[in-house]
Write a protein that binds this ligand. Structure first.
Ligand SMILES: [Zn+2]
Length: 185
């Protein structure tokens, strides 16, 4: 938090502002409780947010053109995607392949007719739905890899027929290329 505070201070200085900064950590999840919360920390808990905002609004202050410029400036600098997103490094070979249960994420599934059945929680899902879900995972984890019948066959493990995989891909994704160069988007 101190780091964010000093970053914000730096930013304001670059923009030509020298304002006092009071940093707080706001816990927005209404279900959240912190047992034995330290009293000297600038925490604002869910039940305190409304009161805190009321107090802020009640504070008398004069907004000048300079403040408005600062607001516009800050808004224009807002980034929706953080460049600091920390993802662990991983390789395809390190990951456990196989379809996981949609309910409990277990890997122990087996096919029963049109369904994937979970051995741990008993949940059943139509095979095509499970495969599509796995393709979406694959896309998210490996955005640069092509979605091919072979790639998804290997990724899903559970489905023993490549033809079945191909049919599901053809029905649910856009086919690009021909014959052995075919992939899906
Ligand atoms: Zn399950």
């Amino acid at each position: 938090m101190q780091r964010s505070e000093s970053l914000l201070r730096q930013l304001l200085q670059t923009l030509g502002f020298n304002l006092p900064i009071y940093a707080h950590v706001v816990f927005v999840n209404p279900e959240f409780t912190l047992y034995q919360s330290p009293r000297n920390k600038p925490f604002i808990f869910p039940t305190q947010i409304t009161r805190y905002l009321k107090n802020l609004n009640a504070t008398q202050s004069k907004l000048t053109k300079k403040h408005q410029m600062l607001a516009t400036n800050l808004a224009s600098l807002h980034m929706t995607d953080s460049p600091f997103t920390l993802l662990p490094a991983y390789e395809y070979e390190q990951l456990r392949t196989g379809i996981t249960c949609a309910k409990c994420t277990s890997f122990s599934l087996s096919l029963k007719g049109k369904y994937c059945i979970c051995h741990d929680c008993g949940y059943g899902e139509v095979v095509a739905t499970s495969v599509i879900r796995s393709v979406e995972e694959f896309k998210l984890l490996f955005p640069t890899r092509r979605i091919t019948t072979n790639a998804i066959y290997d990724w899903c493990q559970l489905i023993s027929s490549k033809r079945k995989i191909r049919t599901i891909l053809e029905k649910n994704f856009k086919k690009v290329g021909v014959r052995q160069w075919t992939y899906y988007e």
